[in-house]
Design a protein around this ligand. Structure first.
Ligand code: BGC
Length: 454
């Protein structure tokens, strides 16, 4: 049985039906404001048009390189599209050292080009001409498929000299500086677009792409006539376009203040990007572990957990010393654990605090804290997804999803479905599908579809 006081502690994380409806209405309004030219400058959900107008047919063929920057890792991929909805992907993960994440932008791009060169060399492709799709998962204004002006860094990146610049050009220049391979940057895309494209490659009804990983965002297919920012000629000739919502920034106009907690405010205040990406800070993997850490600190202070232990001050100082000590993946592991053994939970508690054999009650309390934080994140994500699903003109809508939180949390999908059931219009038929390698296959598909329609 859970302590009434523990429930009370977590109450601010439990969204009422009224709050869910209210966040939903505010979100839909922001999307509409992002799409309209007159309100776009003030809107926080920017809804950037992507220049991707056509979904894949499944017949796409050819070899493409893809780069994936924007999560925890940086990856280089070689994608072979084989027609018949089929593709093979060969990839390599490279670390992005922490100092490069906040150093001069040129160094970051030189590092990327260096990894790319190693990959091409290893695959014996130095002499081949290779088109490359660059999955660059940060908010960008696109003026064409190959051009993306970085609006702001997110997720702990803060490299000087990149905001306001075209990242396609910066990558091209870094490749030229090395001069050791014939690689052409043919498309820049967001990871959400990659997710949508890779799911549409398998299921023609996919219209929404969502990432809940290190960061959180979504894109969807919008009728071209509703996208004011789309170039006039494209508005006339294209029926639809993928819109990158950049919903991570939702709440920057105060729309979420009525549901944000003291813990959310603390996370924001101590972040690199203060007052920015407020929705992201409530939903993404980069922040969820930290939220649990802050709640745990409060629980220790109020003697609501580890009641039997005299070492509570010591546990508190472990949590205080390091913001990243409670990793987001622990939330998934704890929610996946079985009662009453709590084997993983006890292991995590032991590793964190050196406490052998946490009590069943402690494990239950910890699990409830994790559950409330994760469930709120899933509910918020589902509110956004519902808003986008309801906007699309299709009756049947598949939502393509990816990201470590969605992929590895045992109940994120189920939590999301509960809210989608409440909010998606009754005349829509919807489902969620897991994306397979959106950043790689998706990038190749964007490059392939773009060259097909030229
Ligand atoms: C970025 C988005 C990206 C998301 C998921 C956010 O921080 O602004 O562009 O799609 O993270 O990676």
């Amino acid at each position: 049985m859970l302590d009434a006081e523990v429930r009370e502690l977590m109450q601010p994380f439990v969204l009422s039906d009224y709050q869910v409806q209210e966040v939903y209405s505010r979100f839909c309004l922001e999307v509409a404001r992002g799409l309209k030219r007159s309100t776009h400058p003030q809107a926080n959900v920017k809804c950037f048009p992507t220049y991707v107008h056509d979904l894949p047919t499944g017949d796409e063929m050819g070899k493409y390189l893809a780069l994936d920057l924007g999560g925890t890792n940086f990856r280089v991929l070689l994608v072979s599209l084989k027609g018949h909805h089929d593709a093979t992907v060969d990839s390599q993960i490279y670390a992005v050292p922490k100092d490069l994440m906040v150093g001069p932008g040129v160094d970051l791009f030189d590092h990327i080009a260096g990894c790319l060169a190693k990959f091409v060399e290893k695959h014996d492709m130095k002499t081949a001409y290779l088109p490359l799709g660059f999955t660059f998962s940060f908010p960008c204004v696109q003026q064409g498929l190959k051009e993306g002006i970085l609006v702001r860094w997110t997720k702990g990146f803060d490299c000087a000299g990149v905001e306001g610049e075209d990242v396609g050009r910066m990558l091209h220049e870094a490749i030229q500086r090395r001069g050791d391979a014939d690689i052409a940057v043919v498309a820049i895309l967001n990871d959400t677009t990659g997710t949508l494209m890779s799911c549409a490659h398998r299921n023609a009804d996919c219209r929404v792409g969502v990432i809940v990983g290190t960061g959180c965002n979504a894109c969807y297919v919008e009728d071209a006539e509703n996208v004011d920012l789309l170039r006039a000629d494209l508005k006339k000739t294209k029926r639809s376009v993928i819109v990158n919502a950049e919903w991570g920034a939702f709440g920057e106009g105060g729309q979420l203040d009525f549901v944000r907690t003291e813990y959310d405010r603390e996370i924001d205040e101590k972040s690199l990007n203060r007052s920015e990406q407020l929705f992201e800070k409530m939903t993404a993997g980069m922040y969820l572990g930290n939220l649990v850490r802050l709640v745990l600190l409060r629980a220790l202070e109020r003697k609501l957990i580890f009641k039997q232990s005299s070492r509570r001050p010591e546990f508190a100082s472990v949590l205080q010393r390091n913001e990243e000590v409670f990793e987001t993946r622990y939330i998934s592991e704890i929610e996946d654990d079985s009662f009453p053994e709590f084997a993983s939970t006890r292991k995590i508690v032991k590793n964190l605090f050196g406490l052998e054999k946490a009590s069943v009650e402690d494990c239950q309390t910890l699990r409830y804290i994790c559950e409330c934080v994760a469930k709120r994140a899933a509910t918020l994500v589902a509110i956004g997804v519902s808003g986008l699903v309801n906007r699309t003109s299709n009756r049947r809508v598949i939502v393509g999803m990816d990201g470590s939180v969605y992929r590895y949390h045992p109940k994120f999908d189920a939590y999301m479905r509960q809210t989608l059931q409440k909010l998606v219009k009754a005349d829509k038929e919807w489902d969620i599908m897991l994306s397979e390698d959106g950043s790689g296959r998706g990038a190749a598909l964007v490059a392939a579809v773009a060259s097909k329609t030229k």
